[in-house]
Write a protein that binds this ligand. Structure first.
Ligand code: GLY
Length: 406
């Protein structure tokens, strides 16, 4: 049990629950690791077993079809590292290092914003925990590739999300998920002292705020830009219900990203924006702990939940609580995050041994009928990150203080 839970205003019941879930996480990860060979978990199949992919599977177009490649592989390293921090057992650190050797090749992938997800969940905490420069070097290579995706227009710059930049489809496309990939650039700026990584991330935040956020504070999943003028040509979706719908995980990625941008720039405007985006999410949540995969889904589809969205949101809100300069707001945001986390632990944890992964009822992509109802690797990672923010503060993610957010 974390000795400081009472200092953080955490009840002993919640602390015991979160500790027991971290225990179970570490046990499940240790059971699965020897069964994976050289591949990595992606989503669970209907029988509860992991679907595996090699880390080498790169993003790219096949004709007109875009494949995201394996953007899940770094999250497994993150779960191994969280298990190490929770248990103190060296075997997890050894496994993380072996896995990192397989993931490292993806630091050269120039075709996807997901390079942020892959390395911010693996090489970055690997370095923060071990101080081994090998991890930092891999993370910096990946950050260079992400920064190189900056497209400069007459009215600002954004990071293109998918595809080679010399392909017009890739150059003009940006996704709300990219906001959660900015963490790698912020880490690279802090680590190297080169502020251009931070400038690229903030430029992307500015442009996303203009192009993605609708008047009601919901967000588009994706935007096609006019690459010269830098305005939205159209908003659209891949994983939401329809182009104008509110894809719940997209809203969570936006909150997560703007909380990070607030912390790293010290600008209150980003914290306030994260608060408005959260208020929209909470309005549509209407008291439920876990959102539907899309707030505008109808009929039977509206019953399909996305626990990954809830995990991302819980992690973001706990961080927002830590950063907020107003004590009442800090408590309020943290409590929203803790309540979501508690509900995930009580009602959505995959307690049955046959069901691998941590969270049931994650929804990777309803329109593609892929990863609906089971665990997703990214949902599990952000769930573990949220738990670590509470139970292992400053260990997986440094407790960076901002200059001023007042
Ligand atoms: N590509 C990120 C997501 O599926 O949410």
């Amino acid at each position: 049990m974390n000795a400081s839970y009472q200092d953080q205003g955490l009840s002993s019941e919640r602390s015991a629950l979160f500790t027991s879930i971290l225990d179970r996480m570490a046990a499940k990860v240790a059971e699965d690791e020897p069964t994976l060979g050289v591949e990595f978990p992606q989503i669970t199949a209907p029988d509860g077993k992991w679907v595996l992919l090699p880390a080498s599977l790169s993003a790219g177009y096949s004709g007109s079809a875009w494949s995201h490649g394996n953007w899940f592989c770094g999250f497994w390293v993150g779960l191994l590292l969280t298990s190490y921090l929770h248990t103190g057992e060296d075997k997890y650190l050894s496994w993380a290092r072996e896995r990192m050797r397989l993931v490292a090749q993806r630091a050269q992938d120039p075709n996807t914003h997901d390079i942020g997800f892959i390395f911010d969940s693996s090489a970055v905490p690997g370095y923060e925990i071990t101080r081994d420069p090998w991890y930092a070097q891999i993370a910096m290579e990946a950050a260079d590739k992400l920064r190189a995706r900056l497209v400069t227009t007459r009215s600002g710059a954004y990071l293109a999300s998918w595809g080679p930049l010399d392909d017009p489809r890739g150059r003009s496309a940006s996704a709300i998920d990219t906001m959660a990939n900015l963490s790698l650039l912020y880490w690279a700026a802090n680590h190297s002292g080169d502020g251009s990584y931070r400038l690229a991330a903030e430029a992307h935040s500015v442009m996303t705020a203009k192009a993605f956020i609708r008047p009601d504070d919901s967000t588009y999943h994706a935007v096609e830009y006019d690459v010269t003028i830098g305005v939205r040509r159209r908003g659209y979706t891949f994983q939401g219900a329809f182009d104008e719908s509110a894809w719940s995980r997209g809203q969570a990625w936006a909150v997560y990203g703007y909380v990070n941008t607030a912390r790293e720039t010290g600008k209150r405007v980003w914290l306030d924006l994260a608060g408005r985006l959260t208020a929209y999410y909470l309005r549509r949540l209407d008291g439920r702990p876990v959102p539907p995969w899309d707030f505008d889904a109808t009929g039977a589809d509206a019953e399909i939940k996305d626990t990954a969205a809830a995990a991302v949101m819980a992690s973001a809100l706990i961080e927002m609580g830590r950063l907020h300069p107003d004590p009442a707001d800090a408590v309020r945001w943290r409590e929203h995050g803790l309540a979501m986390l508690e509900a995930l632990c009580r009602d959505e944890f995959a307690y049955e041994p046959a069901q691998r992964g941590l969270l049931r009822n994650s929804c990777y992509s309803k329109p593609h009928n892929e990863g609906v109802d089971g665990a997703t690797m990214f949902g599990d990672f952000f769930f573990a990150e949220a738990l670590s923010r509470v139970m292992l503060p400053g260990r997986l993610r440094p407790d960076t203080q901002c200059v001023s957010l007042a």
